[in-house]
Design a protein. Structure first.
Length: 114
């Protein structure tokens, strides 16, 4: 299983970015896809996850600003990030979990700065 993330970059505070992640390989149809992030000196933590049925879960600080969605036919998960803050700067990693296994993408850098 491979995960390819894209869409990171530099954005000003208050701006928006959309991340995408495509999963390829032998993927079980019942799965959870999601995004995690890691800032320098901090542990990797949850941003948002979504299951194959469309149920979502967000970290509290992202509720109302970030939206996770997916296209099951394309094995792709998206993260729409609005009202970005400097503290959202981190490497964002996509993840897929199924059959008790977890797979990670390579990460994409998001920097929020003026």
């Amino acid at each position: 299983v491979q995960l390819q993330a894209s869409g990171g970059g530099l954005v000003q505070p208050g701006g928006s970015l959309r991340l995408s992640c495509v999963a390829s390989g032998s993927i079980f149809s019942i799965n959870v896809m999601g995004w995690f992030r890691q800032a320098p000196g901090k542990q990797r933590g949850l941003v948002a996850v979504i299951n194959d049925g469309g149920s979502t879960n967000y970290a509290d600080s992202m509720k109302g600003r970030f939206t996770i969605s997916r296209d099951n036919a394309k094995n792709t998960v998206y993260l729409q990030m609005n009202s970005l803050r400097p503290e959202d700067s981190a490497v964002y990693y996509c993840n897929i979990q199924f059959l008790g296994r977890s797979y990670w993408g390579q990460g994409t850098q998001v920097t929020v700065s003026s």
